[in-house]
Structure formats: structure tokens, C-alpha cells
Design a protein around this ligand. Structure first.
Ligand SMILES: [Zn+2]
Length: 400
């Protein structure tokens, strides 16, 4: 399996924010159009601009496995320009207002505009200009935060169009030993896992049907996923495995392998699909003692999988333990991790966790034909064990 970081790094450097995912969509279209993939992966966008990458090498009509990740991190969109040249911006996504204190931000100035979601671009043409937070208004109810940003350096008052993307002023992705640090890991690293899995399925000529569903605006409350689930944009019989990054926990730390996420803050997920993932992970670990995995409730947040499960889809989840969740700097973080103010830092994942998750999902996808969304196989095994080993003993050692 490749350990090439270029797709992961390129993807995690693309400008993106909730409702402003055009550049990531363009990158993914470019990726899928590369010669080694263009005959294997078909890209569709649905009515709201979610991307569906279809790998269909299995028998027609054979069950399709859906892998799912989201295209947006928390971020800024410029809303208006104030008379003094400062910018009024909206910030969507869960970041504590206190973290905005003295934080540096950058605004993306594109050289050309993309047609969403149809254009293709390996690297978005444009550049970042630095600015900083002047003030932040605490949100009321479900409203996003309102932020005032200084006039970006090098840009005249009035030179920043409404709708421009703002992100924390953090450098391009880098590695610190086995730690991958980027402006965004949530969930572009999850998207990258999906892309690497598709590459592995192509390399193995796997005879399966897999859909990689990449949703928009998760950070505002699962907007793209809810459009899919509520409008039935994928078949009701689909099994869905959500791929996320989720705040590392004391019992789910970084570097201990990918996490089979039995649930999030809101729900626990499909017992049968979760068990299928555990069985596949256990099978890999049996043949390779270096393969690590974890099975945990990751209740640091709610994810798209809850949206799909609530609408009746057979849904499971996996994740990578995330450092500096939503860029909120942790007190004990590695001193080499880049920051953009006293409380803002790059998000991090562990690269062995990343490639472990690619391996697990490739195995699960390649063997998805053996999955049944009920407990029939487990029930048969337990019933056989009961008949063979237990029944006679229960009956011969009566206590009354
Ligand atoms: Zn996420």
C-alpha cells in the first residue's frame, strides 16, 4: 500500500469553509480525472452539490457500500465591508469565542472563479492575504458567530468580495515525525482516506461496488448529509460507513490505530455493521501483529452518521483521533505544531492511524459481499456452540 502523502497534503491545503466547498470539489474532480482513475471512478454531483465517486466493478445489482466524509471545516465567509475597510464576516462551526482572541486569519483571493461543482483544479489559482480578528460577537441560539477582521494586507478597502473564504493563518501541511499537522484535518483527512481506499480498490481490481459520498456543510449541522437522507438521494437499503476525525480521548488516543466508532454524542450506530468492521479489523490484526485498531464511543461531537442513522440507514462510523479539534490549541501539544494566535493551532492526525484506516476500509470494502445487516451469522455460530458445548451440560447438572 502506498504511503505517499501528496494527495493528503494537497487536499488539506485547499481553501474551504461551510457552504464554500468549490475548491475541494474541483480538486477531487481533478484527482478522479487522472489517467489511472478516469475509467474506474465516475464522479457525479447531486442537486445540492455533494459529490458521489462511484467505483463499480462488482456484479450489477450487487449491494453497494457507501463510504462518507465531509468537505468543510469550520471557517469564515466575508459578508460585508465596513466603511473603515474592515471586514464583517460570519464564522460557522464549533469554535469557542474565547479562542478568537489575538488570532491571525487569512482571506483567499482567487485569480479565477470556479463553476461549482463542475470545474477541475489540482491547485486553486490565487493567494492568501493576512488579516486578524478585531472582535467576535458570541452567538445566540443556532446563529453563527459574527466577527470583524482587519483590512487584509495589500488589499484596498472594498477589494474583498462578499463570499470570500477566510481560514486561520496557518501554514501548509507538514509532518512532525508521524504526526501530520494541517490547517484542516476535519474532515479533509477523512476525505483523503476515502480517496486512498478507492486507489487501493483499483490496484487490487476489487470486484465490488463502492460509493464515496462527500458531503457539504457538515459543520453547520449535517446540511449535505440531511439533503441526501431526507430526499433519498441514495437507496434506502444502502449501508453507510462515515469517516471522520474526532477529538482524541483518553481512551482513544492518537497513534493507537484507527477507531471503529461505535457511536457519537447523539447515537450508537448499527450493531451489525460495526461488528463487521470489528471482525475485519480483528482478521487483519491476526495476520499482522503490527496492525492496531481501537473500538470506542467517540462522544466529543455528533457526526453525519447520526443524520443517516436517524433516517433509517444502516450506518456505522470510523474515525481518526484528532489533535487540536477544530483548531482549538490543546495545552500540552507538541511545541513544533504551528499556531495562529495563543489559542489556535493546526489540527493533527497520526499517519499510522491514517494508513491503518485506509487498510481497514479497503479490506471491509473488498469483503463487503460477506456482510449481512442482521445477526444471522452470529446467531448461527452461537446456536451451534450452545448445541455442541453447553446444552448437555446444562441439562445434566440440574441445580433443582
Ligand atoms: Zn468533521
Amino acid at each position: 500500500m502506498t504511503q505517499d502523502l501528496s494527495t493528503l497534503s494537497q487536499l488539506c491545503n485547499v481553501p474551504t469553509a461551510p457552504y464554500a466547498e468549490a475548491y475541494v470539489a474541483a480538486y477531487i474532480r481533478w484527482w478522479a480525472a487522472e489517467p489511472q482513475r478516469r475509467d474506474k471512478i465516475f464522479v457525479q454531483s447531486d442537486v445540492v452539490g455533494n459529490l458521489h465517486l462511484l467505483y463499480q466493478s462488482g456484479p450489477p445489482g450487487h449491494a453497494e457500500l457507501v463510504l462518507e466524509a465531509h468537505l468543510d471545516p469550520p471557517g469564515f465567509l466575508v459578508e460585508n465591508i465596513l466603511p473603515d475597510g474592515t471586514l464583517g464576516a460570519i464564522f460557522r462551526g464549533g469554535v469557542k469565542p474565547s479562542c478568537f482572541d489575538r488570532a491571525s486569519v487569512q482571506i483567499w483571493y482567487p485569480e479565477s472563479h470556479l463553476t461549482f461543482p463542475h470545474d477541475t483544479a489540482e491547485r486553486p489559482a490565487g493567494r492568501w492575504a493576512p488579516t486578524r480578528v478585531l472582535s467576535v460577537e458570541p452567538a445566540s441560539g443556532n446563529n453563527p458567530l459574527r466577527v470583524v477582521l482587519a483590512r487584509p494586507e495589500g488589499h484596498a478597502a472594498g477589494g474583498t468580495p462578499p463570499g470570500s473564504i477566510g481560514m486561520w493563518a496557518l501554514p501548509e501541511a507538514l509532518t512532525i515525525d508521524r504526526l501530520f499537522a494541517a490547517r484542516v484535518c476535519d474532515d479533509l483527512a477523512g476525505v483523503a482516506v476515502g480517496l486512498y481506499v478507492l486507489d487501493e480498490l483499483i490496484a487490487q481490481s476489487a470486484a465490488v461496488n463502492v460509493r464515496l459520498l462527500l458531503t457539504r456543510a457538515e459543520e453547520v449541522g449535517f446540511a449535505g448529509a440531511l439533503a441526501v437522507a431526507s430526499r433519498g438521494l441514495i437507496p434506502a437499503t444502502s449501508s453507510i460507513i462515515g469517516i471522520e476525525t474526532s477529538k482524541a480521548l483518553a481512551n482513544a488516543p492518537q497513534g493507537r490505530g484507527p477507531v471503529i466508532r461505535v457511536g457519537d454524542k447523539s447515537l450508537t450506530f448499527s450493531p451489525a455493521l460495526t461488528r463487521f468492521l470489528s471482525m475485519r479489523a480483528g482478521g487483519i490484526a491476526d495476520t499482522d501483529s503490527a496492525f492496531l485498531y481501537q473500538r470506542q464511543l467517540m462522544d466529543g461531537g455528533t457526526c453525519d452518521s447520526t443524520a443517516f442513522a436517524a433516517f433509517g440507514y444502516d450506518t456505522a462510523a470510523v474515525c481518526l483521533a484528532l489533535g487540536n479539534y477544530h483548531n482549538m490549541a490543546e495545552p500540552q501539544m507538541n511545541a513544533a505544531i504551528p499556531t495562529a494566535g495563543p489559542h489556535i493551532a493546526t489540527e493533527t492526525i497520526d499517519l499510522d492511524d491514517f494508513f491503518g484506516l485506509v487498510r481497514l476500509l479497503t479490506d471491509a470494502a473488498a469483503n463487503f459481499g460477506s456482510y449481512t445487516p442482521d445477526h444471522a451469522a452470529l446467531r448461527q455460530r452461537l446456536a451451534a456452540m450452545h448445541e455442541r458445548d453447553q446444552r448437555q451440560l446444562l441439562e445434566s447438572f440440574r441445580v433443582v
